[in-house]
Design a protein. Structure first.
Ligand code: DHE
Length: 558
């Protein structure tokens, strides 16, 4: 059986059927086939928020001590009513006010009932995936000596976009100047994000099945040159960006097993695996502290690695990986995504289930501030601009609140000295709608873009909002991207997601994330006029989500 999280799910379903040590206590029973199918759905749809071991993070704890009703009617710890079959079915079907989305349009009634039963059973523990397994999965498809020594194509690579085609497990490399798809590269299951090497030559892609893919943009056609699996479930990847270490190392973080892996930047050869298991901020042992976002400092040879469940931010010094030095910064629990401020000295990360933003001073290796914000902050990498009233700010949107939060960030520029007293304070909340995932602006733009793909209202989920920097009190325009695309209306909501700028800041690209069986599109707007410029679509354009412009990603421009 293949070593994948899904493979594990299949094995343990068989074991359950055979009445082995995997057998559960007196929870609702499932047939072996149901259990297998429930595990697959749990991994694909639920584990990201609730954790493989169901200990809870962005989503609630789903262990039997509180999902399963007790015969004697006793309450869970803290006096909470235990959930039970009916309540679970309602939650899965219709979602919650706490931000969980409804699944009644994705799962059938029977599947919802099966999932409600499944989560009342004891979670199974998937296998480890150490250096031997990682090594065995490693493939170099084009050796470094066989790669070109100069760019072999005439493309303007700076304005390429690496686009996640989520449900086909591919990325599309799209030429930003001509809008042509130059290559589609097979990556991994439910591919997640792309990051760029410091030189801008290599694209690193991470998929949810733990696969990291390395694409060389200098070849005649962008080509996959190496791949590896760093775990069974992963979300983050980055490279070494400090002077003298350009393109030398890559690092990727896994959700399962909870670990990060340091690799050779040119071949992905695995060099070191580091576990993130350990104590939370509360001093309790956690078996599944997952690696969330990773960013690469340009002012020190360090990666900033955010460990979700422990609430600890690791500053990992890669200048000597045999003697790895790590500064551990306590922040707040359930760290998720984040990005640098405009100076690139400070890194701001959402502790989303704690409704906080943690700001790290990467120069001093210390927490600079812990800022209370509205419910479920979700910045992506955030957005930096100079507010006419408050000076330099970093912005985050929220999944669970109808605002965009602006936080004042420090600056060495004397002209901003008068704003110093505001630093690390929430200086403004711009009115938006809940269900926002990503915000974006560009140093050359006067506009600020925010999506709302998780909003339950179809029209809002299919639209984006744009503000003019001179008046942030309300959006100047709400653009219905699905309508603009001209694509036929389908059963599935076509979520408008992840605004991304072209290298020169003149265009904004929005993904229209439709159903798996539907053709989707990327819709391009002129940033000055906010007018539709181009709809990029193709039969192969299935479920586009994140888009990563080479120049902007390489230089952390957002
Ligand atoms: Fe993401 C970034 C985790 C679901 C699109 N997402 C991130 C990061 C993490 C994360 C930890 C930061 C990576 C970094 O910077 O190194 N995402 C998770 C989840 O755990 C979650 C909630 C559930 C899951 O099971 O995966 C999840 N993410 C999604 C989606 O459903 C999205 C909307 C569509 C998709 O393609 O899967 C999605 N996530 C993205 C994107 C980014 C991202 C586009 C990068 C934003 C950026 O501009 O950098």
């Amino acid at each position: 059986m293949k070593r994948t999280l899904l493979g594990f799910f299949a094995v343990s379903a068989m074991a359950a059927a055979m009445g082995s040590a995997f057998a559960q206590d007196a929870a609702p029973t499932l047939t072996a086939a149901e259990k297998e199918s429930a595990k697959k759905i749990y991994f694909e749809r639920c584990a990201g928020c609730h954790g493989v071991l169901r200990k809870g993070a962005t989503g609630k704890n789903l262990e039997p001590h509180w999902t399963k009703k007790a015969k004697d009617g006793s309450m869970a710890e803290g006096g909470t009513l235990k959930l039970g079959q009916k309540r679970l079915e309602k939650i899965i079907g219709y979602g919650t006010d706490g931000g969980m989305v409804n699944f009644d349009d994705i799962l059938t009634k029977d599947e919802i009932s099966m999932m409600a039963k499944y989560v009342q059973n004891t979670p199974d523990v998937p296998p480890e995936f150490g250096l031997k397994d990682i090594q065995a999965s490693w493939k170099v498809l084009v050796a470094v000596k066989d790669r070109p020594t100069k760019q072999m194509n005439k493309f303007n690579l700076k304005n390429f976009f690496s686009v996640t085609l989520r449900d086909t497990g591919e990325v599309a490399l799209i030429d930003g100047d001509t809008k042509e798809i130059r290559a589609i590269v097979k990556t991994g299951y439910a591919v997640h994000i792309s990051r760029l090497s410091k030189s801008g030559r290599y694209v690193y892609v991470v998929a949810r099945d733990g696969r990291v893919s390395l694409i060389d943009l200098w070849m005649e056609k962008p080509t996959l040159v190496a791949e590896i699996k760093i775990g069974l479930d992963a979300r983050s990847v980055d490279t070494s960006k400090f002077k003298g270490f350009e393109d030398k190392y890559a690092v990727a973080g896994a959700y399962w097993p909870p670990q990060y892996v340091i690799m050779d930047g040119l071949t992905l050869a695995p060099l070191k695996v580091v576990s993130t298991r350990g104590m939370t901020l509360d001093g309790e042992y956690h078996p599944e502290p997952r690696v969330a976002s990773i960013v690469s400092s340009e002012i020190k040879p360090e990666w900033i690695i955010n460990v979700k469940e422990t609430g600890k931010i690791l500053m990992v010094d890669y200048s000597d990986i045999k003697n790895l030095k790590t500064t551990t910064i306590d922040s707040a629990k359930f760290l998720h995504d984040g990005g640098f401020d405009a100076s690139k000295r400070y890194f701001l990360v959402a502790a989303n289930a704690s409704n906080k933003i943690a700001a790290v001073d990467t120069k001093l290796g210390k927490l600079a501030a812990l800022i209370d914000v509205a419910k479920l902050p979700h910045p992506g990498r955030g957005a930096n601009f100079v507010s006419p009233q408050y000076g330099p700010v970093w912005a985050t949107g929220h999944l669970g609140a109808d605002v965009i939060t602006l936080i004042s960030t420090p600056s060495d520029n004397k002209k901003f000295a008068k704003y110093k007293g505001n630093n690390w304070k929430v200086v403004q909340q711009m009115k938006h709608v809940p269900g926002n995932l990503f915000v974006k602006t560009h140093p050359k733009s006067k506009h600020f873009w925010a999506d709302s793909p998780q909003n339950p209202d179809r029209e809002l989920a299919e639209s984006v909002s744009v503000w003019n920097m001179s008046d942030l009190s309300k959006p100047t325009k709400v653009i219905n991207v699905a309508k603009d695309s001209g694509l036929p209306v389908t059963k599935a909501t076509r979520r408008a997601v992840h605004p991304e700028y072209s290298a020169d800041g003149s265009e904004v690209w929005i993904s229209l994330w439709g159903g798996k069986a539907d053709q989707s599109a990327i819709v391009v707007y002129d940033d000055k006029t906010l007018k539709l410029k181009k709809v990029i679509t193709d039969p192969k354009m299935i479920t586009p989500t994140g888009k990563f412009n080479v120049y902007n990603t390489q230089h952390d421009i957002y």
